[in-house]
Design a protein around this ligand. Structure first.
Ligand SMILES: *Cc1c(COP(=O)(O)O)cnc(C)c1O
Length: 384
């Protein structure tokens, strides 16, 4: 088979199954609104939960950081790419979240991959929630450890897996808030099980950090737990990008020796670290935005009366509307777009087969009338 016919066959299959993916070019994004092809839409697909991506103080910090440090970091953190700005951000993060150390990564994807592949190898065992993010599952496979997935948010399913004895190390992995469902992990039970079996727990809190907990400290703060490994990402509520791993001294030293993403990749621009420090300051003081978001969530749930589709059981900014069929999820997304509402359809393999959905995300940047507009459209939708 030639390369051309191989790829064309693959592409044709994707079109046929309604899982064709394409990128759209966003001409303008204010957080609350998007401009695409000259048209304006209310944006219900972003992860900028607190509206921070446009915060004047954060923008100013990035500009000042660039003026002070230049545009790029100039190398890996192991050479000359670890600056005062990086160090200050790591120190503030570790103090804020109550860990001895924080290590910065350029993305959550990289952080998950670095941590899992550095710690785990053949003979070890990873017990991950069934709905874990692709970056966690990819990394687990790459590590060559034995990957077992427990039933979503089910401590008893995890307990059954833990009951099997193993020679190597065991790492339990979950998310604080699940990215496609918006539900929260039973962190207390998971940490208890980890403790009873003397194994480690890793929590990826990409969607909880900034939004939940005191001063936005995230899901672990809400549940009063401290996993051995906490991953926080900056592409969501922080309104920027990047990630950090929170851990103890020994683990941080171990990652600095072994995590290939730290050694062989250029560190984030120092100016970005300056902007992240400014965003963190805003997040700590953002109780009003968190309250606003909470009210939007309650309002949306209280006033939704959908036919033929189901609102998922989520108290978070992620409010999925499950329609099941791939084609119908696309129809619904198109219908909303015609009404000036941008809501992305999410299809397998991002979500399990038969659970195609609209992934609605609410933000403190929305106004209540924005949500009214969305509700009116959704409440009026019927599957033909
Ligand atoms: C978004 C996300 C990531 C990836 O983070 P990036 O910084 O976007 O690479 C990892 N884990 C979860 C749960 C996420 O939602």
């Amino acid at each position: 088979m030639s390369w051309q016919s191989f790829m064309q066959a693959q592409l044709a299959q994707r079109r046929q199954n309604s899982v064709w993916r394409q990128r759209i070019c966003v001409e303008h994004n204010s957080g609350r609104k998007l401009q695409v092809d000259g048209q304006h839409y209310l944006n219900f697909s972003g992860n900028d939960y607190l509206g921070l991506s446009r915060h004047p103080k954060v923008i100013e910090a990035w500009q000042q950081g660039a003026a002070q440090y230049g545009t790029g970091s100039g190398g890996s953190g192991h050479v000359t790419g670890f600056s005062l700005a990086h160090q200050q951000l790591e120190n503030t993060l570790s103090e804020w979240l109550g860990y001895p150390r924080a290590l910065l990564f350029i993305s959550g994807f990289a952080a998950n991959q670095a941590v899992i592949t550095a710690l785990m190898s053949q003979g070890d065992r990873i017990l991950a929630d069934k709905l874990s993010h692709a970056s966690i599952l990819e990394a687990s496979m790459l590590s060559n450890a034995n990957l077992r997935r427990f039933t979503h948010n089910s401590p008893s399913s995890l307990e059954k897996l833990l009951a099997h004895p193993t020679e190597g190390k065991t790492l339990i992995i979950t998310e604080g808030v699940f990215s496609m469902d918006g539900d929260c992990a039973p962190l207390i039970e998971l940490q208890q099980l980890a403790g009873q079996h003397n194994v480690w727990l890793m929590v990826d809190d990409a969607h909880g950090i900034g939004v939940r907990g005191r001063e936005g400290r995230g899901s672990c703060d809400v549940h009063g737990i401290k996993p051995e490994l906490l991953i926080v990402t900056f592409g969501k509520a922080f309104g920027l990008s990047g990630a950090a791993v929170l851990c103890d001294e020994t683990t941080a030293d171990y990652f600095i020796q072994t995590a290939r993403h730290l050694i062989y990749s250029t560190s984030m621009p120092p100016a970005q670290a300056v902007a992240l420090s400014a965003a963190l300051q805003q997040i700590r003081a953002a109780d009003e935005s968190r309250e606003q978001l909470k009210q939007h969530i309650e309002y949306f749930r209280k006033n939704s009366q959908f036919r033929d589709m189901q609102l998922a059981d989520s108290q978070m900014a992620i409010q999925p509307v499950i329609v099941g069929d791939n084609e119908i999820s696309l129809q619904l997304s198109d219908y909303l777009r015609q009404k000036g509402l941008w809501v992305q359809a999410i299809r397998p393999p991002t979500v399990p087969p038969g659970s195609a959905r609209l992934r609605i995300t609410l933000s403190a940047a929305h106004y209540q009338q924005d949500i009214d507009q969305l509700l009116e459209a959704l409440n009026g939708f019927t599957i033909k």
